[in-house]
Each structure stands twice: as structure tokens, then as C-alpha cells.
Design a protein around this ligand. Sequence first.
Ligand SMILES: [Zn+2]
Length: 281
Amino acid sequence: MPENLIPSQTQVEQDTLCTHCGYNVRGLYVAGRCPECGTDVALSLRGDLLQYADAHWLDQLRFGVKLSLWNIVLVFVSGVISSYAAATGLSVIVTLLGLAGGGMGLWATFLITMQEPRIGLTEDPVTLRKFVRGCALFTFVGGLLFYSPDVQRLGSVFYFFSRVVNLAGYASSICVMIYLRRFALRIPDEALALSTKRLMWSGILVVVLLFIFSLFTAVVLGTIAPGTTPGTIANSSIWMGFGCITMIAMLVLFLWYVRLLMKYKDAFEVAGSVARGEVSE
Ligand SMILES: [Zn+2]
């Protein structure tokens, strides 16, 4: 135990931030309490492993990951319903489910990127945390605008705008991976960190392939001479094969992502229990 290694009458010699409020406890007695929030100074001297972090913050992380998992279920259900809704005129329900899914995803991202109390007083103006939140918020608001007929009537501007919104969505998802990986290193769980990194790069690869695919499709279909059937090109075996491989790759990435989220949920739960003192280290 680090507390036993440090004599209680000594003072904190290095810059050390209180885990609960971020106050710099340098110069205070190790046996003392943080003057701002009353947390034992010794508790802030144990390093940055998640199990020594603020318990409430860890609960928020766990809830955020749980919401992400539930959001996947919601998106899946709304996908199934929307395939029936077109025929039965239930488009309002599909719109509502889409809004609920988007809102839930945004909420989850904001919980996962909740500011750690330790850095509350010292956070840089620009951080990955804020970038992820900005992209997620932009994606959500942009997605809301898609529902507006006025925006849809803008034609090529709408198309360009929808691409930008999609790009922000991808950026936010990929940066969440970088963000989660940092937590894995604080569990510490090297295997989880490596798996998260691989998922992130695989995700980037699939997005790039999809982009190339859609670009080629647009170019090919855009340059067909009048009179030829676009279907013969669009349905060629190479196109079909590429589509199949991409679909399989996306399914694998999706299952991988779900598995990782469940691991993070468990890790935050364990760290939270230790932080609250319910379980010994
Ligand atoms: Zn404090």
C-alpha cells in the first residue's frame, strides 16, 4: 500500500491533483485532507489507475457504455420496424425512433467523455474529449436537419452537408476508440488496449474503402453513355463482391465493438467497486 510507504507527517512534494476536485495538494500533509473537498490527501497519491479515480465519475463512464449497448438494441429494433413502416405508413414512429436513437447515442458519448474531476481545474482548452463531444453534437444536430424537407430540397448542398455530417459521425466514433483505449491502459489491460486500437484502425480502413466504393460508383454511374443500362455495371460481379466483403467486414467490426463495450462496462464496474471501497484491490 502506497500510504504505508509514505510517512504520514511528510508533505506532498510534487504537483498532485486531488482525485475528487482537481485541487493541487502539493505542500499539504500526506495525512491531511484536501482543503477544497475534504478528500484524504493520501487517496490522491496512488497514481492514475481507474480504481483510484473518482467513484462517481467511474459510475458515469459505466452508465455511458451501458447506454451505448442499449442504443445498439434500439437502432436494431428501429431498423426492423422501419422496414415494415414504409408499407404501413408508420413513418412517424421511424422518425421518433431515429431521434431517440440519436439522442441516446449523444447522451452515451457525453457520459463516456465526462470530465474527470481530477483535471477539472487544469484541463487544456482543446482536448480529445472536447473534440469527440463537438463531433457527436454536430452529427446529432446535422442528423436532425436531415428530417427537414427544406434542407432536403437543397439538392447538391444537402448531399455535401450529409457527407460532412457522416464524416463527423465517423470521426467521433473513431475518437471514442482512442478515448476508451486510454482507459484500458489505466485498468491496466494491455490486451484490451491493443484490441481497441486494432478495432479503430479496422474501422478507419472500412470507412476509407466505403468512401472509395461510393466515389467509384458515383464516377462510373455519372459517366455512363446515354442508352446503356447502369444496372449492368452496378451489378457486375466485382461490385457485388466488394459489397459483400464490406458487409461482412462491417458485421465483424460491429460484433467486435459490442464485445469491447461489454469489457469496458465490466472494467468500469470493477474499478468503481474498488474506488467505493466495496471490494479490496
Ligand atoms: Zn479535493
